[in-house]
Design a protein around this ligand. Sequence first.
Ligand code: HSE
Length: 430
Amino acid sequence: MAAPFRIGIAGLGTVGCGVIELLKKNGNAIADRAGRPIRVVAVSARSRMKKRICPVKSYRWASDSLDMAADPKIDAVVELIGGQGGVAKRLAETTLKAGKPFVTANKALLAHHGHKLAMLAEKHGAPLMYEAAVAGGIPIIKTLREGLAANNISAVYGILNGTCNYILTAMRETGRDFHDALKEAQKLGYAEANPSFDIDGIDTAHKLNILSMLTFGIKSEFKDFRTRGITCITLQDILFAQELGYKIKLLGISRRIKNKIFQSVEPCLVPADSNIGSVEGVYNAVHVEGDFSGTELSIGRGAGGGPTASAVVADIIDLARGRKVLPFGAPAEYMKKAARAGAEDVFSRFYMRLEVVDRPGVLAGVSAIMRDHGLSIEAVTQRGRDPGKPVSIVMTTHMVKQKDMEEAADFIAAIKSVIKPPSLLRIEHF
Ligand code: HSE
């Protein structure tokens, strides 16, 4: 068997320890598949003394992770620190400039600097591998970059954040409140260090941005698309959606609309009995529409040490085999900014929940605004009857232009008897 493939790991949290454990447990089978053993030769983290879930004493400690980039006894650097800048970015740049393979699970880094890092990787002939950055254990990067490379892809969308899916599922199944469900997701090791990244949709936006770059070969920036998280979703929305035959899912959506790209992160209603509607708990799902492949849906665990380690080690095995692929499947210099589709270009059905004072004529005022914007109402439900007191009204629409719907919602918010801004969610049948 060939000489071991030697790696240095920077970052020894849940994922770092997951990688060490996986290599220990499955080392023999991996050596057979890679044609050589994979050996951890150095590790590095912020504190050497910290109590960890995996023993690391037997590995050489690199007090400065950047030293691993120049170390001739290390064949690849594995970055599991996280964060869009700081040490992770310096380590990526130093490693790639040294012509050495760089493996990362860092979606923030890739989402913000993916194009520049790909340029650097290509210039220095160094592989940049990031399977673990999107959808944990689902091999979606390889699928898009290699398996579906023959297709023109018209859409990629999915559930890309395990924590949010876990929270939404727990709320619906058990009636638990948002914070309780979030705490449990944190305890299980799904949530980001800063859980606002999960619940405000930022983590989903990071992953979607990577998928958009890869799928459409575009340079994409966050300011170019709208990101909404799940903090606006109440138990009431979840129950109303259920009554109407839907579930609420936080979706990352990237699709071609004519010659533009529509990209958005937002909670949407999806049919409860659809494939994507049945993806629950910490599971992620990615749906891809290719012109020759047709549609396909991959489902798997999107968060946690095990699934993420599985994706990291898959990249390491590819490197040990000597495989080299361009980071985004085509030369990074070909990637260009795309024309963006906005609310003017998007047609959809909508769910709107209103909190109004229960008095005659309120609904007539709301309907008049809908009529004036050319919006066709599909159904209306009022929950409760309490004259002079707040009640909830839920309305669904037929297919309408998003811009018209949003403008109407602004007018409706200004009606005196409407107590709170309308909660407006798209209904996605895809
Ligand atoms: N916090 C992320 C999630 C972890 O919940 O999906 C994986 O990126």
